[in-house]
Design a protein around this ligand. Sequence first.
Ligand SMILES: Nc1nc2c(c(=O)[nH]1)N[C@H]1C(S)=C(S)[C@@H](COP(=O)(O)OP(=O)(O)OC[C@H]3O[C@@H](n4cnc5c(=O)[nH]c(N)nc54)[C@H](O)[C@@H]3O)O[C@H]1N2
Ligand SMILES: Nc1nc2c(c(=O)[nH]1)N[C@H]1C(S)=C(S)[C@@H](COP(=O)(O)OP(=O)(O)OC[C@H]3O[C@@H](n4cnc5c(=O)[nH]c(N)nc54)[C@H](O)[C@@H]3O)O[C@H]1N2
Ligand SMILES: [Mo]
Length: 767
Amino acid sequence: MKKERKSEAYPYSSGGWGSLRAVAHIVAQEKVALKDSRILLRQNKPDGFMCVSCSWAKPADPHTFEFCESGAKATAWDTTSKRVTHDFFRAHTVSELLTWHDHDLEEAGRLTGPLRYDAETDRYVPVSWQEAFDEIGRALQATDPDKVVFYTSGRASLETSYMLQLFARMYGTNNLADSSNMCHESTSVGLTEAIGVGVSTITLDDFEKTDLMFFFGQNVGTNSPRMLHPLQDARERGVEIITFNPLREPGLISFSNPQSPVQMLTPDHTQISTQYHQLKTGGDTAALVGLCKAVIAADDATLANGLPRVLDDDFIREHTHGFEDFALYVRNTHWADIERVSGLSQIDIERAAHAYIQANAVIVHYGMGLTQHRMGVQNVRMVCNFLMLRGNIGKPGAGPSPVRGHSNVQGQRTVGITEKPELAPLDRLAEQFSFEPPRTKGMNTVEAFEAMVKDEVSAVFNLGGNLVRSVPDRTQTEPAWSRLRLTVNVATKLNRSHLVPGAVSFILPCLSRIEIDRQASGEQAVSMEDSTGCMHGSRGVTEPASPDLRSEPFIVAGIAKATLRDRSTVDWDAWRDDYSRVRAEIAKTYPDIFHDFESRMWTPGGFHRPLPARERKWKTPGGKAEFAAPATLEEDPDMSVREPGALRLMTLRSDSQFNTTIYGLDDRFRGIKGTRMVILMNREDMAARSLKEGEHVTLETIAHDGIERRVAGLRLVPYDIPKGCLAGYYPECNPLLPLWHYAKESKVPGAKSIPVRIVAQHLQSVD
Ligand SMILES: Nc1nc2c(c(=O)[nH]1)N[C@H]1C(S)=C(S)[C@@H](COP(=O)(O)OP(=O)(O)OC[C@H]3O[C@@H](n4cnc5c(=O)[nH]c(N)nc54)[C@H](O)[C@@H]3O)O[C@H]1N2
Ligand SMILES: Nc1nc2c(c(=O)[nH]1)N[C@H]1C(S)=C(S)[C@@H](COP(=O)(O)OP(=O)(O)OC[C@H]3O[C@@H](n4cnc5c(=O)[nH]c(N)nc54)[C@H](O)[C@@H]3O)O[C@H]1N2
Ligand SMILES: [Mo]
């Protein structure tokens, strides 16, 4: 395939020199020792450590440099030579630290030893590990287990996650909330309903067999850059890529491979998207209905003319339910409505549908642009409907590809982190460990905060999250967090959630996965599952940032032992000393997935978990894949409370952040420098409101619930974004996101469709 030259309008192809400069900058900023920067060569290698950044697949035959700009930054962030010592806390009270920027808190360096909040001096003070475990154990014993929430952010290894879910259930609760609840839970619900598995059905091999790929609402260049390599290879085979995204994301437009000397030394690059459709945020159901409508119309035409069918009639008949109702809905939907809601023209949608019809094997990649909506689950169902029309599930080179976030977010769910009792193998756990697990549903992340706001939660065990920043409605949720009786934070770096301590609060600093984990039986390894359902082993390679750090399994075991005492049949000390014992238990609980775990975890490329949908076995109640007609084309029921001038805000990530971890204030790809307090807005929308570039505005949420939500001091940046849509950064804009503004079926917050009005700052001060 011919490579196209750099386009004038988009000077920032992803990768390239900009990416290398960004890596060099952060390595210098974090004062990473030169010998340590060599650890990047062990990143994502079969005998090395699995990147702490995203969850993209790790190939069996890795590149020499199997890392990307984001992964290198994440590694530099963890291996920094900066330290937060006891002197740091002697110098700064918690109230003072609360005024620091998120960036500065983490930039202070790695935490070095366990700490307990001292309300009298308003400081964190050192505590011994055993004292911490004993006090937490006593506090948990004295608390109603239903009022305790165990949150896991998606980095925790399979071993840690399995231990934590077992501890929580032995303690007496299914309150196992996690980051997936704010992320791909719409996938877990939607895909399970449609095809009987809640995860991607594709693997890396499918990139070599596909004819066409779609991207809906996933920003590959920023959030999963290693995926650009197989995409580039596919493009070079002539595979088309069609993107639906409100923003023209440079990473979805072109890529210069920093590992290709030719691309680095010439202005050449690989064009990524061959069609780019800038739909309105929340317009995906409408766009997908349009695509299906065009496919069904094309099928009607072939039938009328006696030509080969466009629909995969055999697949639909043999493998699916509900096609007739779905087709009726699609036929009855008018193009005018599709165009209005999606913001795209019929001609453009038909152009994409035409490419779809020509292709034999199609993958749909998608991310937060689909899941973080009020209708997020419906969006996922629409992806399945679209793929099923031409049998694009369960055949080589085809399938839905939810691109996961955190490096083990998929895996932690596989080994039992879930608040839904029906998703955990409770009977097996009961038998294996001789206890009676709780059978009632626990709280997910949103439910936990709904309860917290009502003072119905007493304690949170926070494994690796920064919840007061990542959850919606900060002005409600942050005060609720500080009213908790107990907060236990297992973390590598200081974050804001540590600085609004509950009555009793601990920071328990842990090893990063990059560090060597020495226990009584020797150096330990851990494991994780990537976005394509492959399990990998991971070994730390650097010396720990401090001798007083402990591993996550060590900490979970310590607290479990102190809390459960003789109520538990588990020898927590033995598990702590040798993680292979934990893996042996995982393999007993889930033999289909984890048999011979210990040896298979080092398989180059990982070992696959069995995925029935890949073999066209449908683990749905009806035993078939299910079509589902959407309930509505309108993306957001709240926007039906129309207000003239209402806008829809999506909250996004930049390449200088990993979720609430802010590496820097620039967004290299989107050309924004020095601040994250910006709002991207359509020029015509600005002109209609007499707003000027660079002007500061306040956003207010349109919600009729008596709560005022506003964020002030946002600088306006004119941007190529559809009319009616705005974009800002997460987590800065989280105070605007109402806690109730979530997808009904999955409770994933609608972070990509917040109804807002814009108030110019000068107008506001007159108020
Ligand atoms: N460098 C870096 N990597 C990361 C992360 C990070 O913060 N930084 N976070 C990790 C995590 S936990 C996750 S979940 C993933 C997130 O990765 P993504 O799924 O890519 O998430 P976002 O960056 O939130 O934005 C997704 C894209 O959706 C588009 N979008 C917004 N609204 C809509 C819509 O209504 N329809 C469509 N079609 N598109 C829309 C936006 O323009 C944006 O390009 O990345 C992971 N990797
Ligand atoms: N408005 C809006 N809100 C969102 C989103 C959005 O797009 N828009 N995205 C949502 C999504 S997809 C997600 S996944 C959540 C993420 O939300 P969280 O899970 O709450 O947050 P993270 O920012 O991933 O966690 C950051 C902290 O992890 C700790 N940490 C880093 N490494 C380790 C480790 O190895 N072990 C431990 N124990 N701790 C570690 C560090 O101390 C750091 O401060 O946010 C959600 N919130
Ligand atoms: Mo995520």
